[in-house]
Design a protein around this ligand. Structure first.
Ligand SMILES: Cc1cc2nc3c(=O)[nH]c(=O)nc-3n(C[C@H](O)[C@H](O)[C@H](O)COP(=O)(O)OP(=O)(O)OC[C@H]3O[C@@H](n4cnc5c(N)ncnc54)[C@H](O)[C@@H]3O)c2cc1C
Length: 328
């Protein structure tokens, strides 16, 4: 707890997914004052998109993503730390004792001060940007489903022809579910398949599965109740009933370019895909800005790593506020 007579430092957390919620819990328990700002209309982040039981979280057996999100958000709300929803910063500036943030979507102009800012804004599914240079995207839109909604309503697709675009876990898992529904499934990856072995094994060799790699889509043409897909490698042409694009995720860091002064933005040193780099203790290259979760973890995005990084960032912030790290 802060000593009597001192003001407890406020820590702003951007994003109320697993990483941000975990950080809020830990900051609170470490005696600081977390404030969660969430751009969406609910807490939980990507968990809200995972409608299947998520058995990857120790001790949480059989819960779907939204059920897990409800548990995490409920824990934090029970400590009077519920996030401010539909709320994100338009400006982040250095200020006398840390940072001053101007808020967007808050009706009236409002600014808040923070001793430190934690960026836990996660990722978003790649959409049209995953299909650069493909002709006919707009006309083909009614046939295409992007990202997590490709997992909804699969039992209504019995017997259909489906092209899944992507080579990772999401794409191969989607292919397996479609095969279970009796669909004919093509999976097209632009480079080698990189899904977990178990997910590959469930699809490879299946009589109704066709794995294509490396291959790129060239053009899409609605044709007689189906979608003609032109490819740059064999079989060169397919006709399908629908296309699922599950081609990875992009980090939610674009807003930082607008919100931060250019010199501070440059200190963040985003990688080529826009992911934040952090040291082993969750510090970014810009003193006083921290990051946790998928937004800085392209190698191992998951619920448990996001929770762990949120806790780690909270602990680092608490230590740094007691004893700021030496600046070079
Ligand atoms: C379909 C699907 C299935 C999955 N299955 C599994 C699984 O089985 N096991 C597993 O471990 N993981 C799974 N995941 C991944 C897991 O959900 C993520 O790794 C985890 O949610 C990451 O947590 P996070 O807090 O880092 O980011 P997120 O969950 O992405 O949360 C980030 C939050 O930040 C908010 N935000 C974005 N920009 C701003 C801004 N500028 N200001 C304020 N707020 C902002 C977002 O609205 C979001 O609520 C799955 C994901 C999907 C989509």
């Amino acid at each position: 707890m802060a000593p009597a007579g001192t003001v407890t430092p406020q820590i702003v957390i951007l994003g109320a997914g697993p990483a941000g919620l975990s950080a809020a819990l830990w900051l609170h328990k470490l005696g600081l004052r977390p404030l969660l700002l969430e751009a969406a209309g609910q807490a939980g982040g990507m968990l809200n998109e995972n409608l299947l039981p998520n058995d990857w979280v120790l001790g949480q057996v059989g819960l779907t993503g939204p059920q897990l999100a409800g548990r995490f958000a409920g824990h934090v709300a029970g400590l009077a730390l519920a996030p401010r929803l539909h709320c994100q910063p338009s400006e982040i500036r250095r200020h006398e004792h840390g940072w001053r943030l101007a808020l967007r979507n808050s009706g009236d102009a409002e600014s808040i001060d923070a001793a430190a800012v934690l960026i836990a804004t996660g990722t978003r599914p790649r959409a049209q940007d995953a299909l650069p240079g493909v002709e006919g995207l707009a006309a083909a839109a009614p046939y295409i489903v992007y990202g997590p909604p490709a997992f909804a309503g699969l039992d209504g697709l019995r017997g259909q022809r489906v092209l899944v675009v992507g080579g990772g876990d999401n794409a191969l898992e989607n292919a397996r579910f479609l095969l279970d529904q009796g669909c004919e499934v093509w999976v097209a990856a632009r480079s080698r398949f990189r899904a977990q072995r178990a997910m590959m094994e469930a699809v490879v060799g299946h009589p109704r599965a066709h794995l294509l790699s490396p291959v790129r889509l060239r053009a899409l043409q609605p044709a007689g109740g189906g979608l003609r897909v032109l490819l740059d490698a064999a079989p060169h042409e397919l006709v399908v009933d629908r296309m699922h694009v599950l081609a990875g995720y992009a980090p939610n860091t674009d807003f930082l370019r607008d919100a931060l002064p250019p010199a501070l933005f440059a200190q963040l040193g985003l990688d080529a895909e826009g992911y934040l780099g952090v040291d082993a203790a969750a510090r970014t290259g810009c003193a006083g800005l921290y990051a946790a979760g998928d937004v800085c973890n392209p190698l191992f995005p998951s619920v448990v790593s996001a929770i762990a990084q949120g806790a780690l960032a909270a602990k680092t912030i608490e230590l740094d506020l007691r004893q700021p790290p030496a600046t070079p």
